[in-house]
Design a protein around this ligand. Structure first.
Ligand code: SF4
Length: 390
C-alpha cells in the first residue's frame, strides 16, 4: 500500500525502513527466577519476601502483603497464558517491582515488544504504548489493564491536524513523538522518543532538510531545537512566531502546542527554592519540562537516562523532575542514595494501572488493543525508521 508521507519528502529519506538487528534483552534480574517459559512462578512467600525487601522503606507491611497476593496470582496467570508483562518506569512501586518481566522507557519497551515470543503482551503503561506494541505485534493479543490510561500529549493532536500541517508545509518531514496515537503515527514520517529525539532530528538535518515538523510536545521540541541549533516556531495559525521564517524557508523546527500535564508543572521558582534549601542537590529533568527549567538543572534525559544518571553519578542527594512514582522506584532500587521525594506529581493516566486491574484484565482478556490493518501498516513505518537510526 502506498504511504502518503513518502511522497512529500525529498528522495534523501529512506524509502524503506531497514530494521536493525535487535539485541536480545534478558528478563530483569528481579524476576529471573520466576518468569515465563523455563522459569517457575515464585511462591507467595518468596514474592512477599522480595517485595518486603524492596518496598519496606516506602509502604507499610500490611499493604505490601496484600499487593504480594495479587502479584503472585498475576505471575501464576502469566505463565499459564504464555504472557509477557512490560512495565513502564512510571508504574507504582508495588507493581513495578513485582510483575513486569521487563521495565523501561517507551523506546526500550517498544524494542522488547518487537522481539517477544510470548503470545500475550500485557502492557502496564498508557494507551499509546500499548498501541505501539500492537503495531509491532499485530498477530499477538495486547492487553492494557485500564482503558482510562490516556495521555495529555497524545490527546493534543489528531491525524487531521497532521494532514493539515503536511499540506501547509509540503516536503517538510514530520517527526512524531512516540506519545501519539496510532492514527497520528500513520501520518508521520518518523517517530522519536525523548531519548532519541535529538538523534532523529540530526539525522534529518544530515539528509539535507532544514525544517522539521516536530509533534506534539512543545517543550520537547523547544529543547531539541535548542540542542540542534534550530529556531522553534509554531505554525502561523497557532502562534505569532515564525511567519517570516516560514516564507523564506529558514532553518526551523515547527512545533505544536501540546504539553505533558505532569512535566509542565515544574517551574523556575521551584528549582530556585530547592537549590536554596538543598545547595548540594543534583537536579535531573525530563525534556518534557520547559526549556527555562531544563536550563537550571544538572542533567536532562529520558526516564532511562535519568535512572542511569542516578546510578552513575555520586551526588549527596537527587531530585528528579518527573513523575513521582519513578522517583520511588529509583529509591527502592538504590536504597543507599538519598532522593528528595515528590508525591504530588503523579500522572493521572499512569495512575490508572494497578495490580488489581492487571489481574482482572488478564483473567478476562479485557481491554484488548485493536487497530485496523491499514493503520498498523502505515504506523509501523515511522517506528521502524526510528529503530533503524537509533
Ligand atoms: S507523564 Fe505526561 S507524557 Fe507521560 S503519560 Fe502522563 S501525561 Fe502523558
Amino acid at each position: 500500500m502506498s504511504y502518503p508521507g513518502m511522497f512529500c519528502i525529498t528522495p534523501l529519506f529512506h524509502t524503506a525502513a531497514v530494521r536493525p538487528p535487535i539485541m536480545k534483552r534478558q528478563p530483569r534480574e528481579a524476576i529471573m527466577s520466576d518468569t515465563i517459559g523455563v522459569f517457575e512462578t515464585p511462591s507467595l512467600e518468596a514474592t512477599r519476601e522480595r517485595m518486603r525487601t524492596l518496598l519496606s522503606g516506602l509502604l507499610p507491611a500490611f499493604e505490601i502483603d496484600m499487593k504480594a497476593e495479587l502479584a503472585h496470582e498475576i505471575n501464576r496467570l502469566k505463565k499459564q497464558m504464555n504472557a509477557v508483562i512490560l512495565g513502564h518506569n512510571y508504574m507504582e512501586p508495588a507493581l513495578y517491582c513485582s510483575v513486569p518481566d521487563y521495565t523501561g522507557d517507551s523506546l526500550e519497551l517498544a524494542r522488547i515488544s518487537s522481539e517477544t515470543e510470548a503470545e500475550v503482551i500485557v502492557f502496564c503503561g498508557v494507551q499509546f504504548m500499548a498501541e505501539t506494541a500492537k503495531i509491532l505485534n499485530p498477530e499477538k493479543t495486547v492487553l492494557i489493564p485500564s482503558e482510562k490510561a490516556g495521555c495529555s500529549l497524545a490527546e493534543a493532536i489528531t491525524a487531521e491536524d497532521v494532514r493539515q500541517l503536511k499540506a501547509q508545509f509540503p516536503g517538510v518531514p514530520v517527526v512524531s513523538y512516540v506519545n501519539t496515537y496510532a492514527e497520528v503515527k500513520a501520518e508521520s514520517d518518523y517517530c522519536c522518543t525523548s531519548g532519541n529525539a535529538e538523534k532523529v532530528v540530526r539525522y534529518l538535518l544530515e539528509q539535507g532538510h532544514n525544517q522539521v515538523i516536530f509533534l506534539p510536545d512543545e517543550y520537547l521540541a523547544r529543547n531539541t531545537a535548542h540542542e540542534v541549533g534550530l529556531e522553534f516556531i509554531f505554525p502561523p495559525e497557532n502562534g505569532v512566531h515564525g511567519d517570516g521564517a516560514m516564507a523564506e524557508k529558514k532553518p526551523a523546527m515547527i512545533g505544536w502546542p501540546g504539553r505533558c500535564e505532569v512535566h509542565e508543572k515544574f517551574e523556575v521558582e521551584d528549582i530556585e527554592r530547592v537549590r536554596k534549601q538543598f545547595p548540594d542537590v543534583a537536579i535531573v529533568a525530563h525534556p518534557e519540562c520547559s526549556p527555562e527549567v531544563v536550563a537550571l538543572t544538572d542533567y536532562t534525559g529520558s526516564t532511562k537516562q535519568m535512572i542511569e544518571y542516578v546510578r552513575r553519578v555520586d551526588a549527596p542527594r537527587y531530585l528528579l523532575l518527573t513523575e513521582c512514582s519513578m522517583g520511588d522506584n529509583i529509591a527502592a532500587e538504590n536504597p543507599e542514595k538519598e532522593m528528595l521525594r515528590l508525591c504530588s506529581v503523579r500522572c493521572p493516566h499512569m495512575n490508572q494501572i494497578t495490580l488489581e486491574d492487571t489481574l482482572e484484565g488478564m483473567r478476562n482478556l479485557r481491554h484488548q488493543v485493536s487497530l485496523s490493518e491499514d493503520i498498523i501498516k502505515r504506523a509501523r513505518l515511522p517506528i521502524d525508521r526510528m529503530l533503524a537510526i537509533v
